[in-house]
Structure formats: structure tokens, C-alpha cells
Write a protein that binds this ligand. Sequence first.
Ligand code: ZN
Length: 418
Amino acid sequence: MKTIFLLVLFSLAIKNADAQTSYLLKADRVFDGVIMHDQWVVLVSGEQIEAIGPVGKIKVGVSTKIIELKGQTLLPGLIEGHSHVLLHPYNETSWDDQVLKESRVERTVRATSHLQKTLMAGFTTIRDLGTEGAGYDDVGLKQSIEKGLISGPRMLVAGPAIVATGSYGPKSNVTAIKLINGAEEADDQNIVKVVRDQIGHGVDMVKIYADYGWGINDSIQPTFLEEEIRKAVLTAKSSGRGVVAHASSVEGMRRAILAGVETIEHGDNGTLEIFKLMKEKNVAFCPTLAAGDAVLQYKGWKKGTEPEPQRIIEKRASFKLALKAEVTICMGGDVGVFSHGDNAKEMEMMVDYGMKPIDVLRSATSVNADVFHIAKQVGRIKTNLIADLIAVNGNPAENMSAIRQVTMVIKSGKIVKE
Ligand SMILES: [Zn+2]
């Protein structure tokens, strides 16, 4: 009896020691965030990456556990560049109904499950761009993950997006009805105050809408004036934060770029000239291919059996122009419009629309980390960075769908999926 008790204690002690000590990951290949290396290994110690290099070149202690990952590729934990964890697919519930009819509790409960699915899909960091009527609940979710109350990726959060007065939804034709807004309104008179207030609530970046479908016949037209966006940028910047802009029209994109935003989201009508301007001003592009694709299918397009709608043909063409202009391209699908955990859909579509698989892998790791100012923590497999790693079956640089075959997820050195 006593012996068994001691054995139990002993094995518990080993388990605890394991959590503190190191392990060596041996996969067929390692993508370090920039380059693919055959027959390399990664040594993890505690929460950090201790070393990376060719097999045999990394010295390991006798107590180091060796984890064999045969037939697999090791990568940095993926970074989702454009998510909405407080939304779920619009074919389940329309955006209006989510904002107007779902309780904040329901939305949070759903988000908790979305975060878990995202992490299990290999996305260890997300940039969540707008709560759509749920205030600063993204800040609360982020803190809950940091406190270990729920499981999920690292979060960079934007709180409510900032929109020009009158431009955003949901809308009612009954003028007496004052509906909840999916974002926060601001204008020239108060935009500095609104940005500061958001900073005070704990946002990591500010999201603005540079255009919206509020023109005649719901055409997409610019919302803020360039000076208004510039005020938001200057205010955010002086606190060490960036501004990201939703923009699809050429003029909306131009105003946002010239006003100094860091990324343009969507950019559906981007021209070669506007993408060249982005390149010149060092503004990154987050194309969100998967969202447009999903929305058109919700509207009845039978993908695969019916020809591609005009909007898809145009999106393919504008994406090619962005590649031609050599704009920095982020990986971000606007997930939430489609299912959380299906984030890899954007990566597959980027390849389908003409980007090299290795470049897509870079976008989802080192490029996103650079653009989002988190490269000193994550996005690469590099000595002293946080050990956020994933293993997938196969080689995603040859077949992007391999990125869905996630066999292992490591966050801060802790194996959260095995
Ligand atoms: Zn979005």
C-alpha cells in the first residue's frame, strides 16, 4: 500500500518536472516562419523556444523528452489576422439578428466555444476586429484567457469599431426607433475623445470604417473625411497603438492610406494604383477572401456547380493586382462570417487566388506578427520567442490543405492539443 502511494507521488513529481523542463520536437521538416527546413528540430524549455537547428546540432540534456512527429511539419502557431469571435456564421443567424436579438451572455458563451475551436485549429493568436454591438466584451474574453479561466488563443482586440455617424447598422425605417449600434459613432468633433475612451477600455488597436454601403442605392461610399481618420490615427499613435481600416472602395482606401492607417481590411475594389500607394506608404493588406466567398454562398451561389459570380471574378482580379504591386499581405479571413475553427479556409483560398503556398504560410506567421507588432513574442520559431507551435500532417508548402491536419498545438510551451 505504502509503495503504491510512493509510486503515485513519484509519477506526479515527474509530471510536474516535465511541465517545467524541456522537450525536443522532431518533425520531418520545420517552417520557421520564413523558410522551410528539412530534418530540423526544435527544443522547447519552459514557455520558450530554446533552440532550433538541424538534427544532431542541438544539444539536449538527459532528461529532455523527445517527441517524434513522423510525416509532419512543425510551424509557428498560426496568427488569424481578422476575426470576430463574438459573431457566428450569418447563415445560422443574420448579422442584424445577432446584434439585435442575442443576449450579451449568449454571445459570450458562443465566443468561449469559438475561441476553443480556433486554438484547436492551430491559431494561437488572433487579431479580433470588432465586437459588433458587444461593447468591450472582447477585452473581457482576452483577460479571461490570460487568467486561465477559459482556453483560447492570444488576443489582440479592437473593442467596438468606430464609424461615422449615421453610416452603420442595424437600421430601422421607423425613425422613432433608436436601435443599438453594431459599432461606435464618431465625427470630427469627438473622434479624439472616442479613440481615447476606447484606449481607456483596453483596446490593442483602433478599427475604423473608411467606407460603407450608405450611398445612393446602398452603393459603397467613403464615410470619414481624411482629416477625421488622421485625428484617430494621431491619437491612437501617441498611445503606441495603430489604426486599421475597413475599406473596399478606392476613395475609402485612399483616405485611410493617406491618413496613416496600418492595415486595410477587404479592399475589394482596389486598383493597381491604390495597391502601389499602399506599398509606398507601408500599409498592409488583409484581403478577407473567405468572407466574401461565404456570403455569396449564403445568398444562394452553389460553389463548384455554378459559375463564379461577378464579385468573385473581380475579387480574384483585385487580389492579383495586390500581388503584382507587392503589397504586404496579411492572412485574415473575417472568420465569424464563416465558422470559427475553419480559419484555414482563407489560407487555401489565398493559394487558389494565386499566392505561393510558402508566402501564405509566411503571411499567417511572421508577416502577421510583424504587421501586428508582436514579432518579439510570436510568429517565428526562433530562440527566446514564446513557444507557440503547431504540428500538421503532411507539408502545407506543397498542399495547403495539410494546414487543417493539426496533430499538436503548443501555447506558451504547454501542449494543449496532442
Ligand atoms: Zn470583419
